[in-house]
Design a protein around this ligand. Structure first.
Ligand SMILES: [Zn+2]
Length: 358
């Protein structure tokens, strides 16, 4: 083992121990997300070109996991109050005294990992070690969410999916049947169903499906099921309100809580404006890359076709440019344009630009 990897493991161990003193299962869950992204090839960590420089993480275009972890944040109440939410993967401050107080930092359109933490994520050996170390950390907390994440770290999200789904369906249609009448496959799967919060054992040795109390586990479970996406979940009516809160938080934090075109950074008057209208594009509606952070005036101006973004620059329509009374609305625009940390969907920006009047 190289010295660098060894030092990095010690840095991670110290950081994880630092996280243990607070109660954030979700912070550990974000590291799980990073591991999943790296292992699946959806995310890439680029090695620093010089010693001491941070490594850079490129974000995946499929943000299925990121959305799943938004749900974790929402469940933990981390989305309440302006300014409290960072882009999920940067929300990992650790306070251990000696260590940098953040694993990840945002740099323009990229996430960078502080140097001591990079070697572990860059090597397969390091990632395997982190997987087990993280599972042990989560098991120590013994929260339902933590246990499910630990199970996924040890066995993979997909390991028993088909069998678990079959068993889960069976349970929901035979919720009163004694265990002895269940098929072997169902019986074998029951401990895992318990781990995922989908079932509980009764004293009469029956299993019953669980509802409600372990919502987070089911959301993670559903979000990661084959062929399903958390986006679909978010647009179901039961989740719509939460989905909109997640959307607003992600859009505003993507612009660091500033209006994208003027120098207003007051969360109370900032809005998450949709580029493509949700009703016409339900598939993209709650994707935060379809959203732009705007103050109320500029939101209204965009909705009325008086304002759009052209490349990286705000552009105003002819009508507004000719109107003296609009000067206060228009003059600060170009000098104060803000770029999002994660780029928005180009076709959504183009669509808005085509709506610009005159
Ligand atoms: Zn504004």
């Amino acid at each position: 083992m190289t010295d660098a990897l060894d030092r990095s493991m010690r840095a991670w161990a110290e950081a994880l121990a630092g996280m243990r003193t607070t109660k954030p299962t979700y912070k550990a869950s974000l590291i799980v997300a990073i591991l999943e992204l790296l292992e699946s090839g959806a995310g890439q960590l680029v090695e620093p070109t010089q010693a001491g420089a941070p490594a850079t993480l490129s974000l995946p275009t499929d943000d299925r996991l990121a959305s799943a972890f938004d749900l974790v944040l929402a469940e933990h109440g981390a989305l309440e109050g302006p300014g409290r939410v960072e882009q999920p993967l940067t929300h990992m401050a650790v306070r251990t005294g000696k260590m940098p107080d953040q694993l990840w930092r945002r740099r323009r359109n990229a996430l960078t990992l502080e140097p001591p933490f990079a070697p572990v994520l860059l090597s397969p050996e390091g990632r395997a070690w982190l997987r087990i170390t993280l599972a042990e950390e989560l098991e120590r907390r013994a929260s339902p969410v933590g246990l499910r994440l630990a199970h996924a770290l040890r066995h993979g999200w997909d390991s028993d999916r088909e069998r678990l789904e079959e068993a889960s369906d069976w349970l929901h249609s035979h919720s009163d049947a004694p265990l002895t009448t269940a098929s072997d496959r169902v019986r074998e799967s029951l401990p895992q169903l318990e781990t995922f919060g989908l079932a509980a054992r009764t004293r009469e040795d029956r299993f019953r499906p669980l509802e409600g109390d372990l919502k987070t586990g089911r959301l993670i479970w559903q979000a990661l099921r084959a062929g399903d996406t958390s986006m679909k979940l978010l647009t179901t009516s039961a989740q719509r309100r939460q989905g909109q809160e997640v959307f607003r938080a992600r859009v505003l934090s993507n612009f660091d809580y500033w209006c994208a075109v003027c120098p207003i950074g007051i969360p109370e008057i900032l809005e998450a404006a949709h580029l493509l209208p949700v009703h016409a594009h339900p598939e993209i509606g709650l994707d935060f890359r379809n959203g732009i952070s705007l103050c109320r005036n500029h939101h209204r101006a965009m909705d009325e076709g008086l304002l759009a973004i052209d490349g990286e620059r705000p552009r105003i329509g002819h009508a507004l440019a000719q109107d003296d009374s609009a000067r206060g609305l228009c003059e600060p625009l170009s000098a104060n344009a803000r770029q999002p940390f994660v780029p928005l969907h180009a076709h959504a920006l183009d669509w808005r630009l085509n709506q610009l009047r005159g």
